[in-house]
Design a protein. Structure first.
Length: 254
């Protein structure tokens, strides 16, 4: 959305702090032996305490308050009492919500406990690439340039990007224009970031796959060639200089 008055900025800051805090607390709460359903319900209770509504549940009828993807699930994992967290699991939590007519979105991947499967390099690449991409965003920068930066940095780290998942505008709804802030460059895309707009920037860094495909449950996405995918996401306010990271309460870079 385009921020045109102080009340809108305050509204976006409030909901962004809510989803950021929820993500941080859920990550700390995750333990070996816990089901993803229990972890999701914990996140749902936090949102309710703030008076916020789960965006995927409200918008799409998603069967959970948050998306929790584990191991070879790339995105949109459905919380389940049958999915039990194990030592060394690669976990992604994506939290988006609405409060007082404002929407915000954030997410992060992490390794649970000891990194016995060597997922940390993929996690670190995703975090570092997101930080670098956000540092390059300001009003007037081409969206395709950020996509080029993300894919180039992924290749430098020995990884690939998922090409059909993307960042997006956010604010008065969960997905707004610009709708495809891709992780690679589309040369024909001349669209530029605009000052005073709020967007969700997210990385999708992969070991071997380049496309996410949907499973029969109608939600869960996995890589077309298998392997693992990490995602990190921040909602930001675009300025003339360094962006304001509205969801910084999530501490995903720490």
């Amino acid at each position: 959305m385009s921020i045109t008055k102080e009340s809108e900025l305050i509204g976006m800051k409030k909901i962004s702090e809510v989803v950021g805090t929820t993500l941080k607390l859920m990550r700390a709460y995750a333990k070996v032996g816990m089901s993803t359903k229990e972890l999701d319900e914990y996140g749902g209770e936090i949102l309710k305490r703030y008076g916020a509504k789960s965006a995927p549940y409200e918008t799409y009828g998603f069967p959970g308050y948050t998306c929790i993807s584990i191991n070879k699930e790339a995105a949109h994992g459905i919380p389940s009492k049958n999915k039990i967290l194990k030592e060394g699991d690669l976990i992604n939590i994506d939290v988006s919500a609405e409060l007082n007519g404002f929407w915000s979105d954030n997410g992060g991947s992490f390794v649970l406990g000891k990194d016995i499967h060597n997922h940390q390099p993929l996690v670190d690449a995703s975090k570092n690439i997101l930080r670098k991409a956000i540092n390059h965003i300001k009003g007037g920068v081409k969206i395709s340039e950020i996509g080029y930066l993300i894919e180039t940095e992924a290749k430098k780290s020995g990884f690939k990007v998922i090409k059909n998942l993307a960042g997006h505008g956010v604010g008065r709804s969960l997905h707004e224009a610009p709708e495809n802030i891709l992780n690679y460059r589309v040369k024909s895309n001349r669209e530029r970031f605009k000052k005073n707009t709020t967007v969700a920037i997210e990385t999708f860094i992969s070991t071997i796959s380049t496309v996410a495909v949907e499973l029969n449950d109608g939600w869960t996405l996995v890589g077309n060639k298998g392997g693992y995918v990490t995602q990190h996401e921040q909602t930001i306010l675009v300025t003339d200089t360094y962006p304001v990271i509205l969801t910084e309460a999530n501490d995903i870079w720490n």
